[in-house]
Design a protein around this ligand. Structure first.
Ligand code: ADP
Ligand code: MG
Length: 440
């Protein structure tokens, strides 16, 4: 059976301020077939939204192509409707008018628009709110309008870009459950769903297969088939096992994903050497995490840990990454395991823990070495922020380079390796820098 949409060898690069390019997607293959729910899972910045936009025909790939019904897609994809994280409603239109929008734009007659909108609004539980305006609605109700607006199109593929991420936990769970019910009861007004999410549980709850995107650049790392019968329960041991497995994959960027399929592979070698990215974690978060793992006996299941800390995957993973990068923890089979160095760090007094942090940064993070060396070579011990931003700009977007720099300051400040003067926009060496030789 020909897939409804397929991305073939899709790559996308965006220009960087320094004249280089940022490769966001690299040789990506992805099919969506009739009757399936596909989740595209990846960390923030891995290129999920970019891939979705390319498959919807909203932006063009740098190379490769998107096939729709066996033909190459050149304009926007008429078989697609989209639900956005930000709802994207028009504030000056009523609920009814917002819901009708896509049909009106296609020149569909008034009566049909009204009838379709009525049905769709009923499906999302908004009957009685037709004449309300978005500002009068809660977030959950606004997103219901977002769904109704997509439903009226009866698309081949309904694409959702983190549709529940902007909602509070309970509202998200309710709406997710209702969407899932509509699909299971065969009432869903689309042939297929392509869901973008960074939430592992959500992907396992809703989809038939989870396609995992690796970051920097985005490649399809593989896919995991979710063969649990519906309706699904999070307490089902198979559910938990799949969530664990995907956590393991997501926390080991180099790990092979077990079930590679013809639908998901990378055959070309990766471009460039990848500049190691600092995970955006606070030192306090890292030591808090390590303390808890230590108190729990040195090892803990990641999903349990996320729940214990009331965090979402996206919030916890950078902290785990940072601990792994510094050699304070390892991740195995979906568990975080503290290393002897991590235990020492988590249990040491403030001065000692700062020293350990400095040592491990110099040993494991090459960019920190570069910074410390550069500061040492300057007589006055000061270097312009611009100097480091220029280096970062070769590897990251402008916004990401700035975030990398901020994280560097937090870490360097805690380790007492360097400080930042925001007025002068200079990094400088601190007077009582601990006596540690940088690792060559
Ligand atoms: P995700 O949805 O997985 O969080 P995105 O597809 O939004 O990721 O973005 C992937 C990367 O591409 C990010 O580093 C982002 O900054 C960059 N990016 C996205 N759109 C553009 C653009 N129009 N110009 C430059 N960089 C972009
Ligand atoms: Mg996105």
């Amino acid at each position: 059976m020909t897939p409804l949409i397929s991305a073939e060898h899709v790559a996308k690069a965006f220009p960087l301020p320094e004249g280089n390019e940022l490769t966001v997607l690299h040789d990506v293959h992805l099919n969506v077939r009739e009757g399936e729910v596909v989740a595209l899972l990846g960390r923030s910045g891995s290129g999920k939204s970019t891939l979705l936009r390319i498959m919807a025909g909203l932006i063009r790939p740098s190379s490769g192509r998107v096939m729709v019904d066996g033909k190459e897609l050149l304009g926007t994809n008429p078989g697609v409707a989209m639900v956005f994280q930000s709802f994207a409603l028009l504030p000056w239109l009523s609920v009814q008018e917002n819901a009708e929008l896509g049909l009106t734009a296609r020149g569909v007659d008034k009566a049909t628009c009204a009838r379709e909108a009525e049905t769709a609004l009923q499906m999302v539980g908004l009957e009685g709110f037709e004449s309300a305006y978005p500002r009068e609605l809660s977030g959950g109700m606004r997103q219901r309008v977002g769904f109704a607006r997509a439903f009226v199109m009866h698309p081949d593929v309904l694409m959702m870009d983190e549709p529940f991420s902007a909602l509070d936990v309970l509202t998200a769970e309710n709406l997710r459950g209702e969407i899932s019910d509509l699909w299971e009861q065969g009432k869903f007004p689309a042939k297929s769903i392509l869901l973008v999410t960074h939430n592992i549980e959500e992907a396992v709850m809703l989809s038939d297969r989870v396609v995992i995107l690796g970051a920097n650049p985005g490649i399809v790392r593989g896919e995991v088939r979710i063969d649990i019968p519906r309706p699904r329960k999070a307490k089902d041991p198979r559910f938990a096992a799949l969530v664990d497995y995907i956590y393991t994959v997501m926390t080991n960027p180099e790990a092979k994903v077990g079930e590679f399929s013809a639908n998901a592979y990378t055959e070309q070698p990766l471009p460039l050497s990848r500049f190691p990215m600092l995970p955006h974690a606070r030192v306090g978060g890292m030591s808090g995490l390590l303390e808890i793992v230590h108190e729990l006996g040195g090892r803990e299941d990641l999903p349990e840990l996320a729940e214990r800390l009331r965090l979402e995957v996206d919030d916890l993973l950078p902290t785990v990454d940072a601990a792994v990068m510094l050699g304070f923890a390892k991740v195995e089979h979906g568990d975080v395991q503290i290393t002897p160095e991590g235990t020492e760090f988590a249990t040491a007094g403030v001065d000692r823990s700062k020293q350990l942090f400095a040592e491990h940064m110099l040993k494991n993070v090459p960019f920190v070495n570069t910074v410390v060396e550069t500061l040492r070579q300057k007589k006055n011990g000061k270097v312009d922020k611009e100097f480091f931003i220029d280096i970062l700009d070769e590897h990251f977007t402008e916004a990401e380079a700035e975030r990398q720099f901020q994280t560097l300051i937090y870490w360097g400040r805690y380790a007492q390796l360097f400080e930042y003067d925001a007025d002068e926009e200079k990094l400088y060496r601190v007077a009582d820098e601990p006596s540690i030789a940088p690792v060559a």
